[in-house]
Design a protein around this ligand. Structure first.
Ligand code: BV8
Ligand code: ZN
Length: 237
């Protein structure tokens, strides 16, 4: 199936959806989770993006998030983000589900975005549970809520449940889509990766964009081996 074929199928799709991962932001300069550049002070994200790490050393975890926030604050969306924002303008039914917390889809103009792993620009109080947007760069560490409680990044850590309502809606959308784009994800993190399987089981055409093969390459009907910033604009046309 060629890029032209998929472009036609995407034009005809009634309820297209896209599932994106760190790879869609790679060309903007955001280090991916599992790429070699994803390391920080020799810690891997898996070690730091957990409630246990925050419990043990909130200072270290906040230094990592502050480093990522200050990096992302200087970064712009790339053509892949803009192509998906264009797709939303063209298809009112289009749904964008992202594992990324960088906010670049919204920055590119997407508004119907399901940030199933939360947002790095949200903070949540560990005492009163209040969530708010915080764009301070740098953020003063350790950040405190007005109630005095310690603030944490408003993201979903490993071992934490995804927002239930949003996850239910994401699986609903995956069950009823007729075409899913799977862009820039290694397909190893659950339950996000299962959304692609759900789409396939529901009879959707599943199209992967990734320079490498992933576990989702077997699920996909077609896998374009290449960069999101180059291929996504060709598919959206
Ligand atoms: C949960 C927010 C249950 C934080 C993130 C064993 C087996 C199976 C599952 C598990 C297991 N042990 C534990 C689990 C569950 C665990 C999990 O899946 N672990 C994996 C690692 C095995 N999942 C969880 O813990 C989830 N919660 O299961 O809860 C539960 C239920 C009820 C009650 C209690 C508990 C929570 C998962 C969410 C974790 N949070 N992020 C933060 O960002 O700080 S996940 C993190 O990984 C990011 O969100 C990232 O997006 C995501 C997935 O990674 P990718 O996006 O795929 O990025 P990656 O670097 O991996 O890959 C990049 C890809 O891009 C590559 O393929 C590369 O080739 C490609 N690429 C590179 N350049 C480009 C490109 N593609 C296109 N263009 C390019 N230019
Ligand atoms: Zn509070």
């Amino acid at each position: 199936m060629t890029i032209e074929d998929v472009r036609e199928r995407l034009k005809a799709a009634k309820r297209p959806i896209a599932l994106t991962g760190a790879g869609v932001s790679a060309e903007s300069g955001v280090p991916t989770f599992r790429g070699s550049e994803g390391l920080w002070r020799n810690f891997s994200p898996q070690d730091l993006a957990t409630p246990e790490a925050f419990e043990r050393d909130p200072q270290l975890v906040w230094e990592w998030y502050d480093w990522r926030r200050s990096l992302i604050a200087k970064i712009s969306p790339n053509p892949a983000h803009y192509a998906l924002a264009e797709l939303e303008r063209r298809s009112p039914e289009f749904t964008l589900i992202t594992q990324n917390v960088d906010g670049l889809h919204r920055a590119a103009g997407s508004s119907r975005v399901m940030e199933i792993h939360g947002s790095i620009w949200t903070v949540r109080c560990t005492e009163c549970g209040n969530s708010s947007e915080n764009r301070d760069v740098p953020i003063n560490i350790l950040p405190r809520c007005s109630c005095g409680g310690l603030l944490r990044p408003g993201v979903v850590w490993f071992g934490e449940p995804l927002p239930e309502e949003m996850l239910y809606k994401a699986f609903e959308a995956a069950s009823s889509t007729d075409l899913m784009l799977v862009i820039g994800t290694s397909g190893v993190v659950q339950p996000a990766a299962s959304l692609a399987v759900r789409a396939k089981d529901g009879g959707a055409l599943v199209v992967e964009i990734n320079p490498e093969a992933t576990p989702l390459s077997e699920v996909a009907d077609v896998s374009f081996k290449g960069k999101a910033g180059e291929i996504a604009p060709l598919l959206v046309g």
